[in-house]
Design a protein around this ligand. Structure first.
Ligand code: PLP
Length: 448
């Protein structure tokens, strides 16, 4: 099999970082397109942190956040479950060998054909939040195991979701639970999503309290085997974020309201696993000096930098995900940062990455680095105006590789001594789709 450079995972030894890998790739001046450096080890580390801090909560990765096959395959090898929102996402996850029991179809408004597909492949667990969804499920998959999605919004979140999904836990959910029972449908649990990029941790306590009340009510209206609590997503994902505080709130709430260990608890983290693993590198290909009046009406010079990725590409996250991205130079600079703006490559005035920032003076051909770019970027990016979506260059530290390689069914022949520029060994990433449904190495966890 012929494997392109981009498909190879570099197994790194010694001191390295995504920055040093990025520098290496652009050294020599041949690289012109933007690219990501994906650190597989960051995903593995986050998985272990999660298991350590919330041992009772099984992560079901939300595929919508970033459907990069390498990320999905890594999580599959570690033993997570998956939250899929469509037929295509279910196809992706099952195509790498994940069993359907490890998938929740967590879209409360599904297309009939997707429900039928779900029934065919054995993805039995799915969410709902309306009467019409119950009717549809009754028609196409009456044996589904249903999870009622309730609304409980954080006081502040990067992307609130309650405006679209989740029934009111007090007024609507009881009625829906009764209707499901009348229709002969089985409800097995409650789910919620407090909002993506949640800025309030206490909301998980409120949502778990509502869920508890609904577990009791559901049992009274005929759902005798309530056994699943799905606490959704909302967890922070940037390199400097921490899930310690939120995990304490969740663990405490579970101990209080779901002390019965027969209730299985899952979550649907997306951003948490994806964001920090991907570092984007983009090149300045044009600059323009302009003068602008400041607040006091004084003329100030300002540099516009044009880079080869913009809001139609990776930086769609600025528009859709309300992200605040930070540009860093990849080489140390002694010059003082100057007022400037950073623009994408398309011929569209909307294509502005950073309208007002400060960077040391840059010339064309210099590269900028943007960390924490793995969440809600790649799956949405387009090649609008002819500018390609960045390719992913994956790296893994040799120590992480040693621990993980037995979970990936790659024989020694799938990696080889690499050239010194790219690390000592390279792994054929095109083999990853055939990853099997292998259990996690973590002693505290067995796959869903
Ligand atoms: N689950 C559902 C149903 C979602 O809609 C989303 C994001 O929109 C997620 C999980 C992932 O959320 P997050 O990235 O905040 O963890």
């Amino acid at each position: 099999m012929i494997v392109s450079e981009e498909q190879r995972i570099r197994v790194m030894e010694g001191d390295w970082s995504p920055l040093s890998v990025g520098r290496h790739i652009v050294d020599g001046g041949l690289q012109e397109d933007p690219f990501y450096v994906m650190d597989v080890g960051e995903v593995v580390a986050r998985y272990h942190t999660w298991r350590e801090l919330m041992p009772r909560v099984e992560p079901f990765y939300a595929v919508k956040c970033n459907d990069d096959k390498l990320l999905v395959s890594t999580l599959a090898a570690l033993g997570t479950g998956f939250d899929c929102a469509s037929k295509a996402e279910i196809e992706l996850v099952t195509s790498i060998g994940v069993r359907p029991e490890r998938i929740i179809f967590a879209n409360p408004a599904k297309m009939a054909s997707h429900i039928k597909y779900s029934a065919r492949v054995g993805v039995d667990t799915m969410t709902f939040d309306s009467e019409t969804e119950l009717m549809k499920i009754k028609q196409h998959m009456p044996r589904a195991q249903l999870v009622v999605r309730i609304r409980c919004d954080a006081a502040a979140a990067q992307c609130p979701l309650g405006i679209k999904f989740g029934c009111d836990p007090v007024t609507e959910a009881p009625r829906l639970l009764k209707l499901a029972a009348v229709l002969g449908l089985e409800v097995i649990g409650v789910s919620f999503h407090v909002g993506s990029g949640t800025q309030e941790t206490g909301v998980y306590l409120r949502a778990i309290q509502y869920s508890r009340a609904l577990f009791s009510l559901a049992a009274n209206v005929g759902h005798a085997n309530m056994r699943l609590l799905d606490i959704g997503g909302g967890f922070p994902g940037s390199l400097h974020s921490d899930i310690r505080e939120v995990s304490q709130v969740i663990n405490g709430a579970l101990d209080t309201y779901f002390s019965d260990r027969s209730v299985r608890v899952i979550a649907e983290p997306g951003r948490y696993f994806a964001a920090a693993a991907y570092t984007l590198f983009a090149m300045v290909h044009a600059t323009r000096e302009v003068s602008q009046k400041d607040e006091e009406g004084i003329e100030q010079s300002h540099t516009m930098y044009f880079i080869n990725d913009g809001v139609y590409g990776s930086f769609n996250c600025v528009l859709y995900d309300h992200q605040h991205v930070v540009a860093e130079t990849i080489e140390p600079k002694c010059e003082k940062p100057q007022p400037c703006s950073v623009w994408g490559p398309s011929c569209d005035g909307l294509d502005c990455v950073l309208p007002n920032t400060f960077l040391p003076p840059l010339i064309t051909g210099e590269w900028l680095m943007f960390r924490d770019m793995g969440a809600y970027t790649l799956p949405v990016a387009s090649a609008f105006n002819g500018f390609p979506v960045p390719k992913v260059r994956a790296v893994i530290d040799s120590s992480v590789w040693s621990a993980l390689k037995d979970l990936w069914p790659l024989s020694e022949s799938h990696f080889c001594r690499g050239d010194p520029m790219t690390g000592p060994q390279t792994v054929d990433q095109s083999m990853l789709p055939s990853l099997s449904d292998t259990p996690s190495p973590s002693p505290s966890h067995s796959p869903a």
